[in-house]
Design a protein around this ligand. Structure first.
Ligand code: CA
Length: 218
């Protein structure tokens, strides 16, 4: 199913894809190539990519921070939605996955907008803070045990009124399965609970894909 929502039915998935999906050809090809890979499940769904493109336009984002690139679907979807002078800083640790991302960024003509930094994200975020950089929009979709740290650092880097989107917050339903106590699940529960009480942000959940938290910096 293209929407990848764990609660989705096949007929609804088909209906959503037929009626709402407007996936550019370059994104479709990237998605199809990624689907051949063992970790294909790490890619966001095309409807989520489309939703993030809309968010970019709604908030008039120019500068986008991505934590967790994988093969580049989300960064490409956002880069295509950014204005001509838009800029992306993309953080990942994998040369292998991001080499595929680079190929599609080139092909789509957005490579010049994207500054890829291969290093642990917490390190890159620290460097960005030292550089005094700020962002309009951030997307967190990396190792779940790092989420809390990425969130804090991204919030600092965001301008007031800027938006953080956090992926996989419903964790395919495991978030409410209390028998699951692995570090990733615990980290997601911890973050979800912390954000509820976080006065620095306006908060919403979008049950798209595997659950997407939206946090707007006040
Ligand atoms: Ca994800």
């Amino acid at each position: 199913m293209l929407t990848k929502s764990f609660w989705m039915t096949e007929p609804l998935d088909n209906y959503i894809v037929q009626n709402w999906l407007r996936e550019p050809d370059v994104l479709r090809r990237l998605r199809e190539e990624t689907a051949q890979m063992p970790n294909a499940g790490m890619q966001i769904s095309p409807d989520q990519g489309q939703f993030m493109s809309l968010l970019v336009k709604l908030i008039g984002a120019r500068r986008y921070l991505e934590i967790g690139v994988f093969t580049g679907y989300s960064s490409l979807a956002v880069a295509l939605a950014l204005p001509e002078d838009g800029q992306v800083v993309a953080c990942d640790v994998s040369e292998e996955y991001t080499s595929m991302a680079r190929r599609y960024w080139q092909e789509a003509g957005v490579a010049g907008k994207i500054d890829l930094r291969i290093a642990p994200a917490s390190q890159t975020l620290k460097v960005l803070a030292d550089e005094g950089t700020s962002f309009d929009f951030a997307f967190i979709d990396a190792d779940k045990s790092g989420y809390r740290d990425y969130y804090e650092r991204a919030l600092t880097l965001l301008r007031p009124g800027g938006l953080i989107a956090i992926d996989n917050v419903l964790w395919a339903g495991r978030i409410v399965d209390m028998k699951k106590t692995d570090p990733d699940t615990l980290a997601l529960r911890d973050l979800n609970a912390a954000l509820t009480a976080d006065e620095r942000i306006d908060l919403a959940l979008v049950p798209i894909g595997d659950g997407l938290t939206l946090a707007r910096k006040k």
